[in-house]
Design a protein around this ligand. Sequence first.
Ligand SMILES: CC(C)(COP(=O)(O)OP(=O)(O)OC[C@H]1O[C@@H](n2cnc3c(N)ncnc32)[C@H](O)[C@@H]1O)[C@@H](O)C(=O)NCCC(=O)NCCS
Ligand SMILES: Nc1ncnc2c1ncn2[C@@H]1O[C@H](COP(=O)(O)OP(=O)(O)OP(=O)(O)O)[C@@H](O)[C@H]1O
Length: 199
Amino acid sequence: MTYIVGVTGGIGSGKTTVTDRFASHGIEVIDADVIAREVVAPGSDALKQIAEYFGPEVILPDGALNRAQLRSLVFADSDKKEWLNQLLHPLIRHRIEDALQAARSDYCILVAPLLLENQLQALVDRVLVVDVAEETQIERTTRRDNNSREQVAAIIDAQITREERLAAADDCINNELPLPEVYDQVDALHQQYLKLAKR
Ligand SMILES: CC(C)(COP(=O)(O)OP(=O)(O)OC[C@H]1O[C@@H](n2cnc3c(N)ncnc32)[C@H](O)[C@@H]1O)[C@@H](O)C(=O)NCCC(=O)NCCS
Ligand SMILES: Nc1ncnc2c1ncn2[C@@H]1O[C@H](COP(=O)(O)OP(=O)(O)OP(=O)(O)O)[C@@H](O)[C@H]1O
């Protein structure tokens, strides 16, 4: 079984920035957000159930999920969010387990925004948290996506706090720094993980 590092952080904290750097060293990255999109592919059973529960307006004319529409529905209503989580999280977990079994690099990375919320840390050997202040999360996410401050704040409220995340971390990357310094932190951890994986 490959050594597995779980990477987590709140929305817009820099998980992709960090895991792309690990991938550039040849490390396989399994991304829970990518898997979450696969389980609701057009024609999937999960997508049918979502359309039945939320109504046909959450499906686009081409049969794909209207993600912006569903985002505005679920992060405004915690019962709806719970319903969606209960449908999708077991499906996502199964696919993650299969992908981890198939991983072949010296060690591999599981990146998941909800690693700790969904007890996925049971699947990993070590937890790396990508850390920024909440204001930085809001600034970077609103700049990148078509999200309002309020929407990003609602998503942050649906996740564990920065303090809870840091308390569960074995390692931490400070992503407030300029990118070259962030990459230096990743490269140092990469060397450490290669050693841990060989034990
Ligand atoms: C509601 C959906 C359709 C909105 O899609 P959209 O393209 O706008 O966002 P995307 O999927 O890229 O998620 C953006 C970020 O929102 C946060 N987020 C997403 N889902 C959740 C959730 N259920 N609870 C808390 N935070 C969440 C994560 O930080 C994620 O990186 C989508 O987020 C979704 O399907 N969520 C349920 C599945 C899930 O929990 N995914 C998280 C990874 S396991
Ligand atoms: N150190 C940094 N300095 C400046 N900008 C950064 C830095 N790290 C990341 N960013 C930018 O911040 C935004 C969020 O980063 P990224 O997409 O890596 O976060 P994420 O945690 O994967 O986001 P999400 O949770 O939404 O999937 C991106 O636009 C990225 O280019």
